[in-house]
Design a binder for this molecule. Structure first.
Ligand SMILES: [Zn+2]
Length: 157
């Protein structure tokens, strides 16, 4: 049976219909105070200094940022973390990425194969589509952070 690709959280990132180069996290911006929120705020601005009266509109977040902190998960967390106790535990790397334009830090897993040895505080990383989990019916999609290679940095400048 063909499995369906499903976002692990609906509305937090662009779906599979956009090309990978246009993959983005989706936040919301208040039209009154210009504050950007991720996870998205849809029910009201969370800025206590907001003059009020604004609307929250969806905005794509910057696709690149810099590593603010990182660590790796070397043991299986207890429930309600979902994992197969019979499968061998695969360590993964967690990254907190600072997005300069939005003045915020966004957490996420590093792309498969990226370890703490590949990262430093300040390493430039970019957002890429990822897979969180797979079961019999679904491929649960998420976002990952991947270091920008020196060549990619050169091509952009
Ligand atoms: Zn506001």
């Amino acid at each position: 049976m063909a499995r369906t690709r499903r976002p692990v959280v609906t509305g937090w990132f662009t779906d599979d219909r956009v090309p990978e180069a246009e993959f983005r996290l989706l936040g919301t911006r208040c039209t009154a105070c210009a504050s950007v929120f991720f996870p998205r705020a849809d029910d009201g601005c969370r800025n206590p200094r907001c003059p009020g009266g604004g609307e929250l509109t969806e905005v794509p977040l910057s696709p690149r940022g810099r590593v603010w902190s990182y660590t790796d998960g070397r043991y299986r967390p207890p429930a309600p973390y979902v994992s197969d106790p019979d499968a061998p535990w695969e360590p993964y790397t967690l990254v907190a990425v600072e997005l300069a334009a939005e003045a915020m830090v966004v957490l996420g897993q590093a792309a498969p194969g990226v370890t703490p040895a590949d990262l430093d505080i300040g390493t430039e990383v970019e957002l890429v589509p990822g897979v969180l989990n797979e079961d019999d019916e679904h491929i649960w999609t998420t976002w990952n952070w991947r270091p920008v290679t020196p060549r990619e940095r050169e091509e952009r400048s």
